[in-house]
Design a protein around this ligand. Structure first.
Ligand code: ADP
Length: 443
């Protein structure tokens, strides 16, 4: 470290002394600047500068950087020396309060160097702050002399830098103010730079989010176009005047149209649910729910869409009536069964099974489909994630079914996870707290 020789009053006494003083101020500033351009985070940076100050300015026994915090409408300490750090961190000065408030308002560096001046400038300090100040200084006395400079860059006012003495009333002179203001300006530049970096980061993030939104819109439109194209194809075929379709064929086409419409409906419902979740509108309205009944209901609905699969619902007879949100729980079954069908193109069994434990109930939905490779299991619950490894299997979807199911299950206090083997099938497990209802009205 280059500079450790403190500035002393004798510099101003002779021109030689003045030269030395300037030299030392220059060296002190160069030390402080070096700290300020380091890669430390802002708070650490200002702390490091504050630690340097007493090494280069001998008379500075206490120092404080107070920054204006818009959200609390208070000046709060960012860094200090000579105070108990933990205690001084609790200081919160209102606009105009004490030396900080006044120097901030007036925007010029000032010196308060008689006990009367200090007392007058600090007398409006609120008692709680005064108590914090005294405890942090471990003394009921006010500083004997205080220098304060505004921390400002262009039209941005950030706070105030204060230096003080507690043992020598004439330690500072007005000659020290330009030097103090220069240190405050350097601190201001560091704060400004950090503000601009945060601003640039926020703009970059907003742009990235915008780009992602556009990409998502493109993917979703693509996913919706797929069933739409199929519907259009079947409808156009049915409308062809030259061909007389058999009743059987017509029915087959209409069933296809119906199935594609349901696919579209499922995707649209998930997009809507996902946007509700995004704006914190997943409101759980619990009511006594017979989960086996829900499982049967959704299974019947989904079974209606497929002849290749057989859905079996197997709940124990003593399955409790639980306090759940009916609409959202139906959505969980819909999403999971929908996947079980979509990702078992060869058909097969889909079994919904339940188990009752003292603390929770466990539900599993097992299919005999294509399965999922281990590296794809982890991100499955992230929004818009879809496994792309099997290009021949072109299944429409938005990558929202599992994240929505997870949000719903977790909002009920449960957990969801997946086990899978490529080529053998997938089992989704979810748990819900076993908090049965005592009084239930029969429906
Ligand atoms: P979507 O089905 O609309 O793509 P999901 O969030 O429901 O979105 O599922 C995400 C991905 O997880 C799917 O794209 C699929 O690759 C995989 N997946 C989900 N369920 C199964 C399943 N039962 N079998 C195989 N893969 C599945």
């Amino acid at each position: 470290m280059a500079v450790q020789t403190p500035i002393t009053r004798s510099f101003s006494e002779t021109s030689n002394g003045m030269y030395h003083r300037l030299l030392q101020e220059y060296q002190a500033l160069s030390e402080i600047s070096k700290t300020l351009v380091s890669t430390l985070e802002l708070e650490e940076l200002i702390r490091a500068v504050m630690q340097k100050i007493p090494l280069v300015i001998e008379y500075a026994e206490i120092g404080l950087v107070m920054l204006w915090d818009n959200s609390s409408a208070l000046f709060r300490p960012l860094a200090s020396f000579g105070f108990d750090q933990n205690i001084i961190s609790k200081l919160g000065l209102r606009a105009g309060e004490s030396i900080t408030g006044k120097v901030f308002d007036q925007g010029v560096a000032q010196i308060f160097c008689t006990p009367e001046e200090v007392l007058q400038a600090m007398q409006d300090m609120r008692p709680a702050n005064r108590a914090i100040f005294s405890r942090a200084l471990q003394s009921d006395n006010l500083p004997l002399c205080t220098l304060a400079a505004p921390i400002t860059v262009r039209d941005h006012k950030y706070g105030v830098l204060l230096l003080g003495t507690i043992s020598g009333p004439d330690a500072f002179t007005p000659d020290d103010l330009p030097f103090l203001q220069t240190i405050a300006d350097l601190i201001a530049l560091a704060i400004d730079r950090s503000r601009l970096i945060s601003l640039a980061d926020a703009v970059r993030e907003a742009r990235q989010a915008e780009r992602m939104r556009s990409e998502i819109m493109a993917v979703l439109s693509h996913e919706l176009r797929l069933p739409l194209t199929a519907i259009q194809g079947y409808a156009s075929a049915l409308l062809l005047e030259d061909i007389e379709w058999s009743t059987e064929k017509k029915e087959q086409f209409l069933r296809m149209i119906d199935s594609e419409c349901k696919q579209m409906e499922a995707i649209l419902r998930n997009i809507l649910d996902s946007s509700l979740i995004d704006v914190d509108q997943l409101i759980i309205e619990p009511e006594p729910v017979r989960l086996p009944y829900i499982a049967h209901q959704v299974a019947t609905e989904i079974q209606g869409r497929t002849d290749f699969h057989r859905i079996i619902v197997d709940f124990p007879a003593d399955f409790p009536i639980l306090n759940l949100d009916l609409r959202w729980m139906k959505q969980v079954f819909r999403n999971l069964l929908d996947n079980a069908i979509k990702y078992s193109p060869e058909g097969g069994l889909i079994v919904i099974r339940a188990e009752v434990n003292p603390q929770n109930v466990l539900i599993t939905i097992a299919d005999q489909g294509i399965g999922i490779s281990p590296e794809n299991l982890i991100p499955l619950f992230e929004k818009f994630y879809r496994v792309r490894s099997n290009p021949s299997l072109r299944v429409p979807g938005a990558g929202l079914g599992l994240p929505i199911a997870r949000t719903i299950i977790e909002a009920h206090g449960g957990r969801i996870w997946i086990e899978s083997k490529v080529g053998e099938g997938t089992t989704i497990h979810f748990s819900l707290p076993n908090t049965p209802m005592i009084d239930v009205e029969e429906d």
